[in-house]
Design a protein around this ligand. Structure first.
Ligand code: MSP
Length: 508
């Protein structure tokens, strides 16, 4: 089996998870589950970024020590994964020994080879971004807002030779497809037009005490980004024999804010310096806004993803974020939009198809799903609609166009409902003509198989719902897509389950 290694960014352990974190995990999970359905051996890693100033600052507001604080946050993030049905194979935390050991090994290695050196630094520092900033970054004489408070300081620090690898990186990016969506690759090359400064990878302990010690100078801790990026290799056993079967990673899934420079400049260069290949690809998603405004803890504009998942089910949440966000673009979240999608797509189109089919077949088909008889025009139309849907959806899944794949799948579900209206099996059931009885059986066979196929296509986005519908159709769990997506006769004789309401209408 071909291995497929995929990661999310590791979230800062400085507060509870929000919509942005939840979305990234769902998106990555959709890709992971899609690849599993295609027969890949998937390894999916997510986790927490637990060191650095952001965390230290959050801890100081509370009455815990750092480790206790991040342990509590880790419980919340693991719980998020479980409640959203995220199929991660691993959850890495940067305070774990398996990670810290690798970071120290790499620091020592680069220091021994002269790629890390000590120098006096005098310049400006952004506390909010935990990084040194440069005069040339000023806009109209002022520091960009994202830097928050900028202070001038002078201190000795350790630097990583980024500049040495700039030409290699530019050449690499000019000759490889590295980022999806493609337009973001230009953004990186644009950034690389300016000469790179070497990267300051240390923070003196008196300023920051919460981090991994530099093995060659314990008065300093490692810069949080240098530490955090390494999770992608420490999680898959860097330095052990099995590592080569994971690296290079297939996709790092990240938000657009952390593409440049961390993931597209620091990380490929760090890898190059230790003799590893760059990631094969970065999958970069846009940002969620809430009713037109930026998510922000300080203004209280936030959505609790778990509250929605608890109220409407994890699959409804997963469906909404996947259906509404075109990967790479920004999107807007509003409670009204959520409800409207829930009611129209899930409760009406899909939910009603399931309950109607179970209701009717239990009344009219005492021996379970009947085999289909001769196909007439409406049946042929439905089959063609499926062929088109399947072909398009596969192409769209492969190209990360999940929102459109869902749109097509739901158009097919609507198509089955329309077919049922045209054929009106409840009327055929009353007819005395044996040809009508045969037609009615064919209609149920077609509706059942159509629903099964649409359900199989929903597996990556709505895994729980898919396995429930399969169960209600009298089947076991859905398997590989090469088997599941072919029009078949596998429902013949299966006994449908009791009537079920998959997506109850919410109480006002
Ligand atoms: N700890 C760093 C990542 C280190 S990866 C080696 C970090 N953490 S974060 O908690 O701020 O963000 C984690 C991920 O969530 C990022 O990919 C970020 O883009 C994503 N999101 C945070 N807010 C978001 C939205 N409002 N919308 C969508 N995703 C956003 O950065």
């Amino acid at each position: 089996m071909t291995r497929f290694y995929i990661t999310t960014a590791i979230d800062y352990a400085n507060g509870p998870p929000h919509l942005g974190h939840a979305y990234e995990k769902v998106l990555t999970d959709v890709v992971a589950r899609y690849r599993r359905a295609m027969g890949y051996e998937v390894h999916f890693v997510t986790g927490l970024d637990e060191h650095g100033q952001k965390v230290q600052q959050a801890v100081r507001k509370e009455d815990f020590d750092e480790q206790e604080f991040v342990d509590r946050i880790a419980v919340q993030f693991r719980d998020l994964c479980a409640r959203l049905n995220i199929s991660n194979d691993d959850f890495i935390r940067t305070t774990e020994e398996r990670h810290k050991g690798v970071v120290q090994q790499i620091l020592q290695d680069l220091y021994d080879r002269g790629d890390i050196y000590l120098a006096e630094y005098k310049g400006f520092y952004s506390v909010r971004q935990e990084q040194f900033v440069f005069e040339r970054e000023k806009v109209d004489g002022a520091w960009p807002e994202i830097y928050g408070e900028v202070t001038e300081l002078s201190e000795s620090n350790y630097f990583f030779r980024l500049a040495k690898y700039q030409d290699w990186l530019v050449e690499y990016l000019q000759t490889h497809d590295f980022v999806f969506p493609r337009f973001r690759q230009k953004q990186i090359l644009e950034f690389l037009k300016e000469p790179l400064n070497d990267l300051c990878i240390s923070r003196p302990r008196e300023r920051l005490n919460w981090g991994i010690s530099l093995p060659f100078d314990p008065d300093y801790v490692c810069y949080v980004w240098f530490d955090a990026l390494i999770n992608y290799i420490s999680a898959v056993g860097y330095g052990t024999e099995s590592f080569d079967s994971y690296w290079p990673v297939d996709y790092h899934v990240i938000g657009k804010d952390i593409l440049v420079p961390s993931h597209s400049v620091y990380w490929p260069i760090m890898l190059k310096a230790i003799g590893l290949e760059p990631p094969q690809s970065l999958l970069v998603h846009g940002w969620w806004h809430i009713s037109g405004q930026k998510l922000s803890k300080s203004t209280g504009i936030t959505i609790d993803p778990l509250e929605l998942a608890d109220r409407f089910g994890a699959d409804a949440f997963r469906y909404f974020v996947t259906r509404e966000m075109s990967v790479g673009q920004d999107s807007d979240f509003s409670p009204e939009l959520f409800l409207s999608r829930y009611n129209s797509d899930l409760a009406n189109d899909l939910g009603n198809l399931v309950s109607r089919l179970l209701n009717l077949t239990s009344r009219h088909c005492p021996d379970g799903f009947p085999p289909a008889g001769a196909l007439e025009q409406p049946e042929r139309d439905l089959r063609e609609h499926w062929d088109r849907t399947c072909e398009e959806a596969l192409r769209l899944y492969e190209g990360f166009q999940f929102h459109t794949a869902l749109e097509k799948t739901f158009a097919f579900i609507t198509g089955i409902n329309r077919y049922a209206e045209i054929r009106a099996p409840w009327k055929l059931a009353k007819s005395q003509d044996p040809a009508d009885a045969e037609r009615m059986r064919t209609v149920y066979a077609m509706m059942g198989e159509g629903l099964r196929l649409a359900t199989a296509l929903l597996v990556p986005v709505m895994p729980e719902t898919a396995s429930r519908i399969y169960g209600l159709l009298g089947l076991g769990e859905p398997g590989l897509w090469k088997d599941e997506l072919a029009w078949s006769t596998r429902l013949d004789g299966r006994r449908p389950g009791e009537k079920a309401i998959l997506f109850p209408k919410p109480q006002p």
